[in-house]
Design a protein around this ligand. Sequence first.
Ligand code: BEZ
Length: 203
Amino acid sequence: MKLYTAGASPFGRTVELVAYELGLHEDIEIIATKVAPTTANKDYQATFPLRKIPALVTEEGVVLGESGLIAQYLAARVGDTHLFAQNAPEHWQVLSDYMLAKGMADCAVGCRYELAVRPEEKRWQPWVDDQLDKIDAGLAHFAKTPPTTEGRLTIAAIALGATLGYLDFRFDGIVDWRGKYPALVAWAEPLFARPSFAATMPG
Ligand code: BEZ
């Protein structure tokens, strides 16, 4: 399998984390891929027309774009039902938490593009502030009710860990989640110490 991804992407990292946690990481070749708004990577577009990352190309040549879809594929490949809590009472809660954590990463990546890629004279600070407010509301939610990290990880814990890692990486001095939400720091510390997280630090 080939995974097209970028070292900074929280969505690419989510897939890499899933692969590690399922014991599949050695079966995946990582293809470092550059994507940026307004700069078309035509080589990559020949593989995935939307040229979004991550995308996984299976051994059969099927192109799976979107981290949640790839995670489902990897889980199905090894017959795992725990990642998405299939047939378990907490199934919808896991999906709800996953969508919230992934949505926070969407807001953060949007802000990153606005702050780092958009020409300075065109930047829209109220839009950035609005995204940061959504991220903060998500952090407050998870500080009160984080996904469980006991036993094997679900997609919710993995995605939240990837989002927090992205905030550390790109939003140092902008989003002080560590200062504001000590409960979330206590939740994240053992997660970040896992081999999967240590092996996939953003960068
Ligand atoms: C980043 O550089 O922050 C980034 C790169 C690719 C996807 C998402 C984020």
